[in-house]
Design a protein around this ligand. Structure first.
Ligand SMILES: CCCCCCCC/C=C\CCC/C=C/C(=O)SCCNC(=O)CCNC(=O)[C@H](O)C(C)(C)COP(=O)(O)OP(=O)(O)OC[C@H]1O[C@@H](n2cnc3c(N)ncnc32)[C@H](O)[C@@H]1OP(=O)(O)O
Ligand SMILES: Cc1cc2nc3c(=O)[nH]c(=O)nc-3n(C[C@H](O)[C@H](O)[C@H](O)COP(=O)(O)OP(=O)(O)OC[C@H]3O[C@@H](n4cnc5c(N)ncnc54)[C@H](O)[C@@H]3O)c2cc1C
Length: 642
């Protein structure tokens, strides 16, 4: 099963080898539990481990393999980020995709050797979503052949970029490029921020940390202002766009090609989200099979809480989602790598499809991951609320994904633009022009679902039902939009008035893709036992998801009330079938105790003794009487007694 999760036997074996090596290297372990550290201590601890990793990484992993790097990162540095998180996640990908060969030769080796630390600085205090209204300017000075970076007002301060505040000395900065008074829109520039020897900010740069956040507090998300700060013309990233010495602008082959670093993260973050969901579920499910509370049959002893159907219903559909996200994420990464290769050789025709797909997936996956992790926390009762479970940290980190790389509603609306264009093709009789991801929009469906009518139909009837609801909602939202415009409404106003319906279509389309990716994967599996376990999980997934969106299928009679009862029964049937495999389905992800960082989710199940040990190690317990008591509470009580 680990091979299915991680992509191959070899990958699963490598993960195990890497975890085993890390287990033997105490210098790479947290020196004390992270929740007991201050933010400064955590950053220091992370930087300490990061420098050891830089020295020893080659002994542990193949540093050129992103999957091995990601695993090493999760085990040693953890989810809360690190002082170089953005260096690998966005700075290097931005340089790789957007810098010319000559620029790459100059900067990439230095970045890869970690001689310099970089980040991706795009979002500002006043604007994050609407890139067209970013306010930082890069004005070309023809006389000196330099760009002058400037922050005209407070809202133009860069705000949020990870590791910008304290750790990075370089950044890819996105600014509006102005040449001879003409604004060419946002473009990426390589900018040195700090002196390489002293790490002091360079003259003309104002920089710092934006303060503590809901989670991710090891990352120094920062602010950045420029006061007429000059950089050479050749620091504009020039793989696709060029500015010649005389100010001549050569436009890129696709208007949005400079957005590729964002698409990179949107594609890769899906499996990251799956891992976080599976981690929280692993903790909750293991704990639920240790925790005994109450009886189902009063004549019997107390049961493990995992025996309760409500507990299973709370956890198991999310287990199915974690697998589904991992499989859909793996497919998306493959597609991304393919499109990136094509883009590098000048073919930009697949960019729109990739953008639409990653926009929808990013939104649905992060939202459902957040939901699943929060349910996992509640499933652990009181102990879930303790930082000893570590679930709250996982939650805080995961839901950051609902916001970064494009706020979820906004990204769903990006997918909706693609769906509406596709609907227009269907309406104008040009279904043959539909791309493969939306081809179903042009296919006539049966009048009713055959879900419970065709025995042994595999998952075909389910997929058809998901296709039906997605198609119907897409055409309905598109009709609403076109109808408003026919009545004379301006395009943008009509769009806004339909946007809730449009986003519903985007979610349904994305959920269909996730179901299809799960079905594709299960169909590929040769090992009978693995196939059986995953088929059970897939049954739970399709029935649970369909129940969740049933109103769309009920409203036009595609599903009947009796079919809904059938689907509900299937959910209960598969909850029961999955119960014996539940812990194993999560243990198959092979998270080590070091990686999980959870007292509650320990592999050995020795929860209570370790919770007590954890509590005793709280800094508050270093002394029996705190100074808050001697200074304030004790005098207060004494005064009251007089
Ligand atoms: C190994 C890696 C492991 C990764 C693990 C991940 C963990 C990471 C953990 C933490 C890191 C956090 C890092 C966070 C970083 C950031 O958040 S960086 C900042 C991100 N910011 C955003 O995402 C901003 C969101 N806004 C936008 O993207 C855009 O503004 C927009 C909403 C898309 C609109 O853009 P714009 O105003 O320029 O667009 P319009 O002029 O309206 O045109 C829209 C048309 O353009 C098409 N389009 C847009 N984007 C793209 C694209 N990327 N590719 C192709 N086409 C694109 C769009 O489809 C419209 O086309 P149409 O007109 O034909 O419909
Ligand atoms: C943990 C974290 C890490 C980050 N790291 C980085 C980084 O490294 N580099 C970087 O540059 N940035 C980074 N960011 C910033 C992030 O990319 C932005 O916050 C994000 O893109 C959302 O933009 P915003 O803050 O402007 O939200 P807003 O756009 O202000 O969103 C507020 C509300 O308005 C709605 N809204 C906005 N526009 C529309 C619209 N057109 N239609 C409908 N609704 C709309 C949204 O849906 C939302 O409900 C990070 C953010 C976080 C939380």
């Amino acid at each position: 099963m680990a091979a299915q999760i991680w992509g191959s036997e070899k990958r699963a074996r490598r993960r195990r080898e890497i975890s085993a090596k890390i287990a033997q290297m105490p210098e790479l372990h947290d020196s004390k539990p992270l929740p007991f550290m201050t933010r400064e201590e955590k950053i220091m601890e992370s930087a300490r481990k990061l420098t050891i990793l830089t020295e020893k990484m080659g002994q542990i992993i193949d540093p050129t393999d992103p999957a091995e790097l990601y695993h090493l990162n999760n085990e040693v540095l953890g989810l809360e980020g690190n002082p170089m998180a953005l260096h690998g996640v966005m700075f290097i990908p931005a340089l790789s995709a957007q810098a010319s060969d000559e620029q790459q030769a100059k900067w990439l080796p230095r970045a890869l050797r970690r001689e310099i630390i970089g980040t991706y600085a795009q979002t500002e205090l006043g604007h994050g979503t609407n890139l067209q209204n970013l306010e930082t300017t890069a004005t070309y000075d023809l006389a000196t052949q330099e760009f002058v970076l400037h922050t005209p007002q407070i809202t133009a301060l860069k705000w949020w970029p990870g590791n910008l505040g304290k750790s990075s000395n370089y950044a890819v900065v996105v600014a509006h490029m102005i040449i001879k008074a003409k604004n060419y829109g946002p473009h990426p520039f390589m900018v040195q921020l700090r002196d390489e020897k002293t790490h002091e900010p360079l003259p003309g740069i104002t920089i710092g940390d934006i303060g503590p956040k809901m989670a991710y507090n090891i990352v120094d998300n920062g602010f950045l202002g420029f006061n007429k700060y000059r950089i050479p013309r050749t620091n504009l990233l020039m793989r696709h766009t060029k500015v010649e010495a005389d100010g001549t602008y050569i436009k890129p082959p696709h208007a949005k090609i400079n957005y590729s670093a964002m698409v990179h993260v949107r594609a890769y973050m899906l499996t990251g989200q799956a891992i976080m969901l599976a981690s929280a579920l692993n903790i909750a499910t293991r704990y639920s099979s240790v925790r005994r509370q109450g009886q189902i049959d009063k004549s019997q002893p107390e049961v493990k809480v995992l025996e309760y159907q409500t507990q299973q219903h709370r956890l198991f559909p999310s287990i199915a989602r974690a697998y589904a996200f991992q499989f859909a994420g793996a497919e998306t990464v493959k597609l991304y790598e393919h499109v990136l290769k094509e883009m590098k050789s000048g073919n930009v025709s697949l960019m729109a499809d990739l953008h639409a797909l990653t926009s929808g997936l990013k939104s649905v996956v992060t939202y459902q991951t957040g939901e699943g992790i929060e349910q996992a926390r509640m499933a652990c009762g009181g102990h879930g609320y303790s930082m000893a479970s570590y679930i709250s940290e996982i939650y805080g980190v995961a839901i950051g994904g609902c916001t970064y790389e494009g706020e979820n509603m906004v990204m769903l609306l990006q997918l909706a633009r693609y769906l509406v264009k596709s609907a227009a093709l269907v309406k104008s009789g040009q279904s043959s022009k539909l791309g493969p991801l939306v081809a179903y929009l042009g296919v006539k469906s049966e009048p009713t679902s055959l879900i419970d009518r065709i025995p042994n139909s595999g998952f075909t009837e389910y997929v058809k039902t998901f296709q039906h609801v997605s198609k119907r909602q897409t055409l309905k939202a598109a009709d609403m939009f076109f109808g408003l415009m026919e009545k004379g409404e301006k395009r943008e106003i009509a769009w806004n008035k339909c946007s809730v319906e449009l986003n519903r279509a985007s979610r349904l389309h994305t959920r269909l893709f996730i179901v299809e990716a799960f079905v594709r994967r299960v169909n590929e599996i040769a090992d009978i036992r693995i196939k059986e376990a995953l088929t059970d999980l897939l049954h739970l997934h399709v029935n649970y998801e369909l129940l969740d969106i049933a109103s769309y299928a009920l409203e036009d009679g595609f599903l009947s009330a009796s079919q809904l009862d059938y689907i509900r029964d299937q959910v209960y049937l598969y909850l029961g079938k999955i119960r014996p495999n539940a812990v194993s389905l999560l243990d198959s992800w092979e998270f080590s105790d070091i990686e999980l960082r959870s007292v509650l989710g320990r592999r050995d199940g020795n929860v209570y003794e370790n919770l007590f040990k954890w509590a005793k190690s709280s800094p508050l317990n270093k002394t029996d009487v705190l100074s808050s008591v001697t200074q304030y509470l004790k005098p207060m009580m004494e005064k009251a007694r007089l």
